[in-house]
Design a protein around this ligand. Structure first.
Ligand code: CP
Length: 318
């Protein structure tokens, strides 16, 4: 593995989950693998889980880890080529990424979408430029369109908690107070589609009309506009808000009825959310604090997902 940007970087999904389970069972088995190697974690946007879990993953593998909140502490970045930098931007991404690549053996990079220019966001212009210019293996810590470390941890969580061979997994839109990126649901749909193709799960999506995600992520997934029908007898409900893809970045519904109530859940349904979550807006506190919630387990699994990806990169020849 050279870079980790999407599920397409994973040759064998089932084997990758097994590798994560092995890392979780024996976290310090490879504690010298990353000796004398440096992991740089570069954030243009806020983070709790991604920052700490990936940092700890590097430490468990014996790496030196440097973290930079570039969005707050770095120079204002210019990402466009062919412009005179006579405005507010101070450093071009070409120089910044090139310098970081010289200091690090592996880099993690987080950059959220603008939610203004769909073409630029969905072309992953910023992430691709950073990958090109830093010239060392790059791990996505969430890009404009995907959050693969989250989705890997989610799949691991589902595999650990399933009670049937092929559980029913539902991605459900939830209300929110502001416009959020589509990266988490895109990525979750992409990973779940792959898992469904490999016979691991049965997947469908529910959301109000107008919140259809991009086809490149949802593929042939069933979309059920009636939430109650969709979540009926689900083994896992993955709750997440996102803004509109088609009316790009817009909030087109804030229907509070889409916040799942405890009495809407079958007793065996487990509830997932990537966090951070707005209590009693996206998800009811009674669910979050109850036995059906897997949110803490998912967050815990972020460490094993990151450590598995780092181990794969450190042991890769290419
Ligand atoms: N789920 C997740 O990525 O959390 P952070 O944004 O806090 O890293």
């Amino acid at each position: 593995m050279k870079n980790f940007f999407s599920v397409n970087d994973v040759p064998d999904l089932k084997q990758f989950v097994e590798k994560a389970k092995a890392v979780k069972a024996s976290p310090f088995e490879d504690k010298t693998l990353g000796e004398n190697k440096t992991l740089g974690l570069i954030f243009l946007n806020p983070s709790l889980r991604t920052r700490l879990s990936t940092q700890k993953a590097g430490l468990n593998l014996g790496m030196q880890v440097m973290v930079m909140n570039m969005g707050q502490e770095g120079w204002a970045l210019e990402t466009r080529d062919g412009v005179a930098m006579d405005g507010t931007t101070v450093e071009h991404i070409r120089e910044a990424a090139g310098v970081i690549g010289q200091y690090c053996d592996v880099v993690g990079f987080r950059s959220f979408p603008s939610l203004k220019d769909r073409e630029e966001d969905y072309n992953e212009t910023l992430f691709n430029k950073f990958m090109e210019f830093c010239a060392v293996p790059l791990i996505s810590l969430e890009s404009a369109t995907r959050h693969p470390l989250q989705s890997f941890a989610d799949l691991l969580t589902i595999e650990e908690h399933k009670t049937v061979t092929k559980p029913k997994v539902v991605l459900s839109w939830a209300p929110h107070v502001k416009a959020l990126p589509q990266a988490v649901p895109n990525s979750f749909a992409e990973w779940m589609n792959r898992a469904e193709k490999e016979g691991m799960i049965d997947f469908c999506i529910t959301h109000p009309k107008g919140y259809e995600l991009a086809d490149e992520f949802t593929g042939n997934s069933r979309i059920i506009y009636d939430q109650e029908e969709a979540i009926n007898d689900a083994d896992f409900v993955y709750v997440k808000n996102w803004s509109s893809y088609h009316d790009y970045g817009k909030v087109i519904s804030t229907d509070k009825n889409w916040m799942i109530a405890p009495d809407q859940l079958s007793k065996n349904t487990k509830v997932m959310h990537c966090l951070p979550v707005r209590r009693d807006v996206e998800l009811a506190s009674a669910i979050l604090d109850g036995p059906q919630s897997l949110v803490q387990k998912e967050a815990g699994n972020r460490l094993w997902a990151a450590q598995t990806v780092l181990k794969e990169i450190l042991t890769s020849d290419s």
